[in-house]
Design a protein around this ligand. Structure first.
Ligand SMILES: Cc1ncc(C[n+]2csc(CCOP(=O)(O)OP(=O)(O)O)c2C)c(N)n1
Ligand SMILES: [Mg+2]
Length: 719
């Protein structure tokens, strides 16, 4: 028997709570002996009742974790319920997001105010009664932006753990930049609840490894070790020695043998406070604690207990069996006397500190205020370069390097890095003072994620949620390794930046394992994310102008490994058209309806231009549309879209070295789509272009074929 199960076996059977000891139902008349226990059982019963009413949800973890959550919030967390956005608040992340009712109960009892309307609570009792219903403040899993006090959206297991590493890194970065010898503006801690599922997910392991390496002493994960997941006992699939694993990551590890032992948990929290490395507190708990037939079984995980079992659980707590959503008198008051009194006092001290700070360091204070409000620095785009025409050209990753450096130089809180590929993705910030973010040297702006794409994405979300402007980069093919956090950045409406290079078979000899095909389509399918695949150096600059200005949307920037010509903007339209997603780059007969439209993105735009020149020389009224971003184009009004792609012109060819899927949206069902229909292969680029049909001949033939098919009809109807 391992140490974990020994500890679990030593957990006591459910004992009635303080309310029972008081000899009857809790009420304002009969004050219970143990108000702490009453608070804990209120968290439990609110969670149970909400799940039962919704007939959907996860009661087991809140029932088990209530004592732990209560102790942390009431006695330790530095959090002002009146100002859930206080910059130096401790962060609380519920990585086991299915236990959302735990968080909603805490927010309710702590009296956290709604940030948008301070007259109301972030979570009212009515909100709790509407758990999992349409437009509720209490959705199934915690959602950032929906409920004040939810620091990040969780539910996909492991993400909250990854986010919390970003939050902790941001805390260290902010301290390094803004604290002065006489003003500690930032020293917040980050607490993360996680479960067996989080411990099994790779992203949490990657993130833990980063956190250990960086010695993030402000990070504390609290692991709900109940040895139960959906399929049953963790023995089915999990026999790690978690403590040994985390010790090996360089963490401090604490153990609490019984989740109800709040004294021991408080000691473990003290140990965390004293540690200079991240801390894992392993808490042995009983899922569904108190429900006689369901506790310690998988059926307590993710379904309502059932009316009878709810009654029996309440009986075990000494709770009135027929009361629903009961918050006994004195409970919120007692809870708030802890977290609220402490938080308000600390926040008030901080306000005074900040006022003096702002007098002494007005520029720093202004910078900080902008950062925290998610505003852009003044003049952030003032040094963006422009590139002269160059037929040989330059890879867009190279022009990307110039653009990202030009932006970051004037964007003091832009930070980022790569998953060990910055020499290839060219995302290193090279200007004086940029520096590296390292253990105990936390002010650097170049982050080194190591070969951990998934954690990189999740950490970037944590950094972005903290107000920093974070980017993460790798090869486009490996966007698949970090798709979950990318998706969450879009769901949370936060402006994380994803930079991908080596964007097509154009990367050549590395072959099909490295050549993206379906990835672009996958990025474009994420609601709310802006994907940009610029055609040349000047489009890269304009893409950065778009990306830098985003405040509520993530962006993916897709760049080439290989050189592409820098188009002559005296001949062709200015690259500022990028902001509209698609624009007319070249028109053989401006003002008249084109006979054929060639639509390209990225490196294929110059191929379209080459074919355009051939057609033009033949007297054909061709048009080239550069379309770096589907999403931005879709945002334009119909008149603009029709001016770029006139509906009358049916002769259309799209050219993109990626999955052909979806392009008929712009070519029409009878247009020609030149794209990829298979994986690529390993060969020099010029041979690949021929093999897969991205040659001037092929595009020219398609254009002529389109004109034959539609041309006379299109020109007739347009006349
Ligand atoms: C990435 C991911 N995979 C699968 C799920 C579905 N899921 C939700 S909870 C859960 C089991 C989690 O077990 P544990 O963390 O031990 O939570 P407990 O049952 O103890 O509350 C699973 C598989 C998920 N939410 N996220
Ligand atoms: Mg579990």
């Amino acid at each position: 028997m391992d140490a974990q199960s020994q500890a679990r076996e030593s957990s006591p059977p459910p004992q009635p709570g303080g309310a029972a000891q008081s000899g009857g139902p809790p009420s304002s008349q009969a004050r219970p002996l143990d108000i702490d226990q009453l608070c804990i059982d209120t968290i439990r019963t609110l969670s149970i009742d909400a799940v039962q009413k919704a007939n959907s949800g996860h009661p087991g973890a809140p029932m088990a974790l209530a004592p732990v959550a209560y102790t942390l919030w009431r006695d330790v967390l530095r959090y002002d319920p009146d100002d859930a956005h206080w910059p130096n608040r401790d962060r609380f992340v519920l990585s086991n997001g299915h236990a959302s009712m735990l968080l909603y109960s805490l927010l309710h009892l702590a009296g956290v105010k709604d940030a948008k309307d301070k007259r109301r609570l972030a979570v009212t009792l009515d909100d709790i009664k509407a758990f999992r219903q349409v437009d509720s403040k209490c959705p199934g899993h915690p959602e950032y932006g929906i409920t004040t006090g939810v620091e990040t959206t969780t539910g996909p297991l492991g993400q909250g753990c990854g986010n919390s590493v970003g939050l902790a890194m941001a805390g260290k970065w902010l301290a390094a930049h803004f604290n002065t010898p006489d003003a500690t503006l930032f020293d917040y801690d980050v607490y993360t609840f996680c479960g067996d599922g989080d411990m099994m997910e790779g992203v949490a392991s990657e993130a833990a490894s980063v956190a250990g390496h960086l010695m993030l002493g402000n990070l504390c994960w609290i692991y709900d070790s109940n040895r139960i997941t959906i399929e049953g006992h963790t023995d089915l699939a999990f026999s790690d020695n978690v403590a040994a694993r985390f010790l090996a990551y360089g963490w401090n590890v604490e153990r609490v043998g019984d989740a109800n032992d709040t004294g021991r948990f408080a000691e473990a929290l003290k140990a965390f406070k004293g540690a200079e490395v991240p801390t894992l507190i392993i808490v042995d708990s009983v899922i569904g604690y108190g429900a006689p037939h369901k506790q310690d079984t998988a059926s307590a995980h993710g379904e309502a207990l059932g009316e009878e079992e709810v009654r029996l659980a309440k009986r075990a707590y000494g709770w009135p069996e027929d009361a629903h959503f009961l918050v006994p008198d004195g409970v919120p008051e007692h809870f708030q006397a802890g977290v609220g009194a402490r938080g308000r006092a600390l926040k008030a001290e901080w306000d005074i500190l900040f006022k003096t700070y702002a007098e002494k360091h007005p520029d720093q204070a202004e910078t900080l205020e902008r950062l925290l409000k998610g505003e852009l620095p003044v003049g952030w785009d003032k040094d963006l370069p422009s590139f002269p025409a160059d037929a040989k050209g330059v890879a867009t990753r190279e022009s990307g390097a110039k653009a990202i450096n030009a932006v970051a130089r004037n964007y003091p809180w832009m930070v980022g890095g790569a998953a060990d590929l910055s020499p290839s993705t060219k995302t290193n910030l090279t200007f004086d003072g940029a520096g590296s973010f390292e253990a105990e040297k936390y002010g650097g702006r170049n982050l080194h994620f190591g070969i951990r794409e998934h954690a990189m994405g999740s950490i970037c979300n944590g950094l972005t949620l903290s107000g920093l402007r974070a980017y993460g980069s790798t090869f486009l093919i490996f966007s698949d390794y970090m798709k979950p956090p990318m998706r969450l950045s879009a769901l949370m409406e936060i402006p994380a930046i994803w930079v991908f290079t080596h964007d097509s078979i154009g990367l050549g000899e590395d072959g099909p394992t490295h050549q993206p095909v379906e990835q672009l389509l996958s990025l474009r399918s994420v609601p709310g994310m802006i994907t940009l695949r610029p055609a040349d150096a000047n489009e890269v600059v304009e893409a950065w102008r778009v990306i830098g200005g985003l405040r509520h949307q993530p962006a993916s920037l897709v760049l080439t490994r290989q050189a592409v010509p820098t188009l002559d903007r005296a001949v062709y339209a200015p690259a500022s058209g990028v902001a509209k997603g698609a624009y007319v780059l070249a028109d053989a007969k401006p003002g008249s309806t084109p006979e054929v439209i060639l639509i390209g993105t990225g490196s294929e735009v110059s191929l379209c231009v080459e074919v355009f020149e051939t057609l033009k020389a033949d007297g054909v009224a061709a048009r080239v549309v550069s379309m770096p971003s589907w999403e931005l184009f879709e945002q334009q009004d119909q008149a603009y879209r029709d001016s770029v792609l006139p509906p009358a012109v049916k002769a259309r060819v799209s050219v993109e070295m990626a999955s052909a899927m979806g392009w008929d949206r712009y070519t029409g069902a009878d247009g020609a789509v030149i794209g990829m229909h298979s994986f690529g292969s390993s060969a020099p680029i010029k041979d690949l272009m021929k093999k897969f049909g991205f040659s001037p001949d092929k595009v020219l033939a398609a254009a002529r074929d389109q004109i034959k098919k539609h041309g006379s009809k299109a020109t007739e109807s347009a006349k």
